[in-house]
Design a protein around this ligand. Structure first.
Ligand SMILES: *[C@@H]1O[C@H](CO)[C@@H](O)[C@H](O)[C@H]1NC(C)=O
Ligand SMILES: *[C@@H]1O[C@H](CO)[C@@H](O)[C@H](O)[C@H]1NC(C)=O
Ligand SMILES: *[C@@H]1O[C@H](CO)[C@@H](O)[C@H](O)[C@H]1NC(C)=O
Length: 117
């Protein structure tokens, strides 16, 4: 049941994000979250390591976020808002970038100070 409800929860977050696109930020939160759907089993704690597909998506995200400080912050805010609404496994979420060996660390955390990035 959980496996069905959580993805649906993600989809509804995407819909809300798409509807509330921030005009100023050059980051579409819906797209950010959509990318991380391939990390679903890791983020929900069903698996203890992100798979290759997940890391490839995370790498795309990090590379896109590396474009500028504004994009980095906006991406961080998208992820922060998402994990505040979706019950992900926060240990796994916080470890995603390091487990995927990504150099630019965009924290996926409900308490990160995005504006300090
Ligand atoms: C998160 O997932 C890890 C496995 O990667 C597990 O050991 C841990 O207990 C989980 N934490 C929560 C809060 O579910
Ligand atoms: C971020 O961009 C800089 C140059 O703008 C580049 O040297 C660096 O490798 C990039 N880092 C990542 C993680 O993509
Ligand atoms: C995952 O996160 C926990 C808590 O932040 C940390 O203690 C642990 O070393 C991390 N594991 C890896 C593989 O990065």
């Amino acid at each position: 049941m959980v496996r069905i409800i959580l993805p649906m929860c993600l989809i509804s977050i995407i819909m809300v994000s798409l509807a509330n696109q921030h005009v100023k930020a050059q980051v579409n939160c819906g797209e950010v979250i959509f990318k991380l759907l391939s990390c679903e089993s890791f983020l929900f704690g069903y698996s203890s390591h992100p798979n290759a597909e997940c890391c490839a998506s995370a790498r795309d995200l990090v590379q896109a976020a590396n474009a500028s400080r504004d994009v980095r912050r906006a991406t961080c805010h998208c992820l922060k808002n998402a994990v505040q609404s979706i019950p992900v496994n926060l240990t796994n979420a916080a470890n995603l970038t390091s487990l995927c060996h990504l150099s630019l660390d965009i924290p996926i955390s409900p308490s990160v100070d995005c504006d300090s990035l």
